[in-house]
Design a protein around this ligand. Structure first.
Ligand SMILES: Cc1cc2nc3c(=O)[nH]c(=O)nc-3n(C[C@H](O)[C@H](O)[C@H](O)COP(=O)(O)O)c2cc1C
Ligand SMILES: O=C(O)C(=O)c1ccccc1
Length: 363
């Protein structure tokens, strides 16, 4: 990036650097940080770096396509957007810009989105899934589900790794509080009233989750949600074969292997290391993965190990911070272009050609 000119970011690391240089320090820490010693956060990317690819040659790669389908919807490629809260923290157009930049990709919208669901849906051109945390106030939870249904969302994603938001040392040190001009506008005011109040030693988000999230929730409660909404139900935050079998037994439609980007249980495995046991136990149930995907090569590894799609969390927010909808589009295009190239050079022209033989254990 020499020459004294501001280079156009063309790798994800450049988008991260641009966001780090422009966002307020405490917003960057909230975005970038993880729980505890941030071991799991580092491990998510390190575990991808340990894998090597096994290329096959002479397979006719004149026509390579990453197209796929998921829960009955056609997707141009298997790279989607993970739910991340409060996009207006980094760009005034928030989730509307994200939905525009998604350009047909799968977009999972956070319960704590900072723009109205109807506006997000109006800007979207691909599948929209609504992420939920289980609130103590089930009437408010159900109200959000109804708003998502009315806006035309295609599925519900219940995040199950967050009975409470974990202690994140950077946020605790900063006493991080979402600024007053940014709010979770889709969740009833009764639940969000105290969401901007930090407390000695914890961020506002951590404190608010302790107050509002229902920690009594069990597998048996999933029936309550299923009885009330016809939308497919996806569980986000599965890391073991045991929980995958329970998800199947409870009629869940898909699972997302996730450790919340290293923001919840520090010490949880890297998602790519948990993926195979979940895929084996899933017995055909669709499995997605998020956490540490930073290139098309990483995406190819996860897809080869059995993920049906990967989701990007922080990289999408870097793109949004840098250039709004265009930045989100650029981040997705970069990863999809790299994935297509990796498919070409590993001799796997379609996702159906990609299996575990494309990846070797550890280098
Ligand atoms: C700033 C930020 C906010 C997040 N907010 C949510 C959220 O509201 N709901 C949720 O289920 N996951 C949330 N996550 C977790 C992401 O959905 C995802 O699991 C994680 O970011 C993926 O890892 P990656 O950032 O390494 O791609 C958040 C992550 C970040 C970085
Ligand atoms: O920051 C997060 O990772 C997250 O999941 C969250 C939870 C509650 C409110 C806002 C964000």
């Amino acid at each position: 990036m020499g020459g004294g000119k501001k280079a156009k970011p063309d790798r994800l690391a450049d988008f991260a650097a641009a966001a780090a240089a422009t966002l307020p320090g405490e917003v960057w820490d909230y975005l970038d940080g993880g729980a505890g010693a941030e071991w799991t956060l580092r491990e998510n990317t390190a575990a991808f770096a340990r894998r090597t690819l096994r290329p096959r040659v002479l397979t006719d790669v004149s026509r390579v396509s990453p197209a796929t389908t998921l829960l009955g919807a056609a997707l141009p490629h298997p790279v989607g957007i993970a739910p991340t809260a409060y996009h207006r923290l980094v760009h005034p157009d928030g989730e509307v810009a994200t939905a525009t930049g998604a350009a047909g990709a799968l977009h999972v919208v956070s319960m704590f989105a900072s723009t109205p669901l109807a506006d997000i849906a109006a800007a979207a051109s691909g599948p929209l899934w609504m992420q939920l945390y289980w609130l103590r106030d089930r009437a408010v939870l159900l109200d959000l589900v109804r708003r998502a249904e009315a806006a035309g969302f295609d599925a519900l994603v219940l995040t199950v790794d967050t009975p409470t938001v974990a202690r994140r040392p950077r946020d605790a040190r900063n006493g991080f509080t979402v600024p007053p001009g940014v709010a979770a506008v889709n969740v009833a005011a009764s639940v969000m009233a105290s969401s901007h109040v930090a407390q000695d030693g914890s961020s506002a988000i951590e404190r608010h989750s302790r107050e509002q999230f229902d920690q009594t929730t069990t597998w048996a409660d999933l029936a309550w949600l299923r009885e009330r909404s016809p939308l497919p139900l996806v569980l986000k935050g599965i890391l073991t074969a045991e929980d995958t079998r329970l998800a199947r037994a409870h009629g869940v439609d898909a699972v997302i292997v996730s450790n919340h980007g290293g923001r919840q249980l520090d010490g949880a495995p890297a998602t790519v290391d948990a993926l195979t046991e979940v895929v084996d136990a899933a017995a055909g149930l669709p499995v997605l993965l998020d956490g540490g995907v930073r290139s098309g090569r990483d995406a190819l590894v996860a897809l080869a190990l059995g993920a049906r799609a990967v989701l990007l969390g922080r990289p999408v927010v870097w793109g949004l911070a840098h250039a709004g909808a265009d930045g989100v589009r650029a981040v997705l295009n970069l990863v999809v272009d790299e994935l297509t190239e990796a498919m070409t050079l590993t001799g796997r022209p379609t996702l159906a050609d990609l299996d575990r033989s494309a990846v070797s254990g550890t280098r």
